[in-house]
Design a protein around this ligand. Structure first.
Ligand code: ZN
Length: 88
């Protein structure tokens, strides 16, 4: 999938960090570049060795890596505080 505007949100982790939410999956910040591009890894990267990741460029997202090897994080998101929702 190429960069495209996508609906996403930010929520707060238990450690007080912003987490990116896309299609009911939660991603943790991994790396940022001077160009503004950011790499986000699935929160279950370690737990399930999930290799799904996103590249964020402004309000655009690009799906990277593989499909999730687990279900969506819907149950966790019910308890999360919404920080930001994209306008899409
Ligand atoms: Zn995953």
């Amino acid at each position: 999938m190429l960069f495209s505007p996508a609906a996403f949100q930010f929520v707060l982790s238990q450690q007080g960090r912003a987490q990116l939410v896309y299609q009911d999956f939660i991603y943790n910040f991994h790396e940022g570049f001077p160009s503004g591009r950011e790499y986000w890894l699935c929160r279950d990267y370690r737990k399930f060795k999930c290799r799904s990741s996103l590249v964020k460029d402004g309000l655009k997202l690009e799906n990277r890596g593989q499909s999730h090897n687990h279900g969506p994080h819907t149950h966790i998101l019910r308890h999360k505080q919404l920080l930001f929702a994209s306008p899409c």
